[in-house]
Design a protein around this ligand. Structure first.
Ligand code: AMP
Ligand code: MN
Ligand code: MN
Ligand code: MN
Length: 304
């Protein structure tokens, strides 16, 4: 029987609404067997998620979703099987967090000019971790009665050309892939159909990503329709990238879908969990977390 994988999700450590423990339990209830927690530029939820996963029998893949600026566009690169203690990764996400803080203040200043006050404090009230996201601003604007829902806020306030938009100054693609690899992980381009790239730019991105040592493409995503899945499956084969699957779950009633409710990979794709790098990273992770052999007096010692 095939396992149920969901390799992209968020907790309150970034812009999800469930705590790491609640997220893991909910994913287990939804039938997910292998779950990656991939908070935006943040690893603070991983230890708590791993502890809950051990209790409910879910295999927790330590992950992250890094914000990247590539050719004037924001892209998301998911890292799977990362070591959250890796120094280069820690340094990198500290820098992204600094930019997030400044950007949050700047978003609030721009909204203030449009007559919307108190957005920074309002957004912070929605953020339980150290990461301040546009999602937290969106939830504040809904609460304040300025928009009817989060989608509406993004469309009218937080995207390019709108009053609260601040251009990203995130990691370069090379940095993001480098940090993930240095931390022992596999780099995956998240929700690739969302970037609406021309064929030429797609060739450039996928080629560059592959050259840098990126390994996967999120062919099945909570934000992909059937055509996106078919197209990205074809690109994964074409560029020699493994295929990943992730709901991008953010909590009940939030974007994008419930954990584990994912379409199957198109035929001919190599699942990311069937690559040598996955197996090697998985084995390293298991070794690092193997429980020490208990020494029980009066019983024969453990073997092997
Ligand atoms: P940030 O990294 O702070 O710029 O925020 C990006 C996050 O905002 C994404 O991960 C999504 O969770 C959320 N987001 C982006 N666009 C939309 C949208 N149109 N509707 C709802 N949520 C969105
Ligand atoms: Mn998000
Ligand atoms: Mn994303
Ligand atoms: Mn995400």
């Amino acid at each position: 029987m095939s396992m149920c994988y969901d390799l992209h999700s968020h907790s309150t450590a970034s812009d999800g609404t469930l705590s790491p423990e609640q997220l893991v339990r909910h994913a287990a209830d939804c039938g997910v067997q292998v779950l990656a927690l991939t908070d935006h530029d943040e690893t603070a939820g991983l230890a708590r998620a791993a502890a809950s996963a051990a209790q409910v029998g879910v295999d927790l893949v330590p992950g992250i979703e890094l914000s990247v600026t590539w050719s004037h566009k924001t892209l998301h690169i998911v890292g799977l099987h990362i070591d959250p203690a890796n120094a280069l990764l820690r340094e990198g996400i500290a820098r992204l967090r600094e930019f997030r803080e400044w950007r949050g203040e700047e978003i609030a200043r721009r909204l203030e000019k449009r007559g919307i006050g108190g957005a920074l404090d309002g957004a912070r009230r929605h953020a339980s971790g150290d990461i301040l996201s546009r999602t937290h601003f969106a939830r504040f604007l809904v609460d304040a009665g300025i928009s009817k829902d989060v989608r509406h806020v993004f469309r009218h306030f937080l995207v390019q050309g709108k009053p609260g938009y601040v251009p990203g100054q995130w990691a370069s693609l090379e940095e993001a892939v480098g940090w993930i690899r240095d931390a022992g992980g596999l780099a995956v381009i998240a929700h690739p159909a969302r970037y609406k790239l021309s064929a030429g730019r797609r060739r450039l991105l996928y080629g560059e990503f592959r050259e840098l040592g990126g390994e996967g493409l999120e062919v099945v995503s909570g934000s992909h329709g059937p055509d996106d899945i078919r197209n990205q499956g074809q690109f994964a084969r074409q560029y020699g990238l493994a295929a990943s699957v992730g709901s991008d779950y953010h909590g009940p009633g939030q974007a994008y879908m419930e954990p584990g409710r994912l379409a199957p990979l198109p035929p001919g794709c190599t699942p990311v969990w069937e690559t040598d790098s996955w197996r090697a990273a998985d084995a390293r992770h298991r070794d690092a977390h193997a429980a020490p052999c208990p020494v029980v007096p009066e019983l024969s010692p453990c073997r092997g």
